[in-house]
Design a protein around this ligand. Structure first.
Ligand code: PMP
Ligand code: GLU
Length: 399
């Protein structure tokens, strides 16, 4: 007898970003030298004062269950962070600390969506959004945006997608995978439509501290006074403090929604790791120079990647204002022969590129944008230089 997988889980795609990174790790383990530009994860070590706080937490005996929704000190630190950086007023009862931002997104969607609700997701979108929406029984409504508009959702595109079933807009800025960031004015135009149609917003702001060229970032609830009560903000330590493995993320939401998420979490995972919570506390309350240093280094790499890509004929890419991704249009190089093998789509292209050149990237199709390849520049300059040499060489080998 073969167990049958449920309809909901059987219908999910595995995370393509994690799958490509697993493939890269597998090839590395087999002895090949692989340049991994697939997964979006800072290559810096977690700053040492944060690691020391984790050691101190263990020594102090913080090795037991905590409140399921997170320790009060960390909730308070999250509140203080959004107050300091955005002037927003939240109370600790509006914060839920979860096992990474991905888990916070899952909690948020599970807390507010009912089957048959529609969720508007601008494409290209981060791989997990559509699947986490599906897991609630709600329906992802994918709205294609255009490269010439920097892949930002235009007000008219947003309006056209709204139906009586629309419940929520899922917005990621700075955006994974496109690397673009909404200006305050652009986001305000979307915010007005949200208010007009009485919608909710899930604002994924996990890259809000990785915005370049001194551009300001407008947190979604700051756009209009009425937005705080209809927005769930997602953030966490993974990207800002190079803490992907520690698995701490959070949400800020209306208190009754936070209570619902906390209740859900108390049944499904209990608290996120107690030690990681104390480390995250040190990240938020400790010196912030490390954030600026990492941002400066990412900006330097961004400049390099942009300059290298601009020199490759017939590729294009949106502005690279935030996060650490280049989203490259390689459609002119599809339907061509690579060493006698015709490659028609980016999934095959990325696999062939990995097999032949040893560079891991992620296919645009995983983000709802065929024709594009995502390169993460959260890698060393040496790795980027060599990976881009191979990227260019492989593209130009197409006949
Ligand atoms: N949102 C976006 C847009 C991301 O790129 C990521 C990266 N993993 C996450 C959420 C989840 O982050 P975490 O590692 O904290 O779960
Ligand atoms: N968010 C990162 C990425 O897009 C990490 C992988 C994941 O969580 O899917 O590559």
């Amino acid at each position: 007898m073969r167990m049958k997988i449920s309809r909901l889980v059987g219908g999910l795609e595995p995370s393509a970003t994690l799958a490509m990174s697993a493939k890269a790790k597998e090839l590395k383990a087999s002895g090949r030298q692989i340049l991994d530009l697939s997964v979006g994860e800072p290559d810096f070590p977690t700053p040492w004062h944060i690691c020391e706080a984790a050691i101190a937490a263990m020594k102090a005996g913080h090795t037991r269950y905590t409140v399921a929704s997170g320790i009060p000190e960390l909730k308070q630190a999250v509140v203080a962070d959004y107050k300091r950086r955005y002037g927003l007023d939240y109370s600790p009862s509006q914060v839920v600390i979860s096992n990474g931002a991905k888990h916070a997104i899952h909690n948020a969607l599970a807390a507010v969506l009912d089957p048959d609700d529609e969720v508007i997701i601008p494409a290209p979108y981060w791989v997990s959004y559509s699947e986490l929406v599906k897991l609630t029984g709600a329906k992802p409504v994918i709205v294609n945006t255009r490269e010439e508009n920097q892949f930002k959702l235009l007000p008219e595109e947003f309006r056209r997608a709204i139906t009586p079933k629309t419940k929520l807009l899922l917005l990621c800025s700075p955006c994974n995978p496109t690397g673009t960031t909404y200006t305050r004015e652009e986001a305000e135009r979307l915010a007005d439509i949200v208010l007009e149609h009485d919608l909710l917003v899930l604002a994924d702001e996990i890259y809000d501290q990785l915005v370049y060229d001194g551009l300001p970032f407008a947190s979604f609830p700051t756009l209009r006074p009425e937005l705080q009560e209809r927005t769930i903000v997602i953030n966490g330590v993974s990207k800002t403090y190079a803490m992907t493995g520690w698995r701490i993320g959070w949400s800020l939401s209306p208190a009754h929604v936070a209570t619902a998420m906390g209740d859900l979490q108390s049944q499904e995972t209990s608290n996120p790791c107690s030690i990681s919570q104390y480390a995250a506390l040190a990240a938020l309350n400790g010196p912030q120079e490390c954030v600026a240093e990492m941002r400066t280094e990412f900006a330097r790499r961004r400049d390099y990647v942009r300059q290298r890509l601009a020199a490759i004929p017939k590729v294009s890419f949106p502005e690279m204002t935030g996060a650490f991704y280049a989203f490259v249009n390689i459609s002119a190089y599809l339907g061509k022969s690579y060493n006698g093998k015709i490659i028609n789509n980016t999934a095959d292209w990325c696999l062939e590129f990995l097999a032949k050149e040893g560079v891991a990237t992620v296919m645009g199709s995983a983000f709802g944008a065929e024709g594009y390849v995502r390169l993460s520049f959260a890698a060393s300059m040496e790795a980027l230089e060599e990976a881009l040499n191979r990227f260019e060489k492989f593209l130009l080998s197409a006949k």
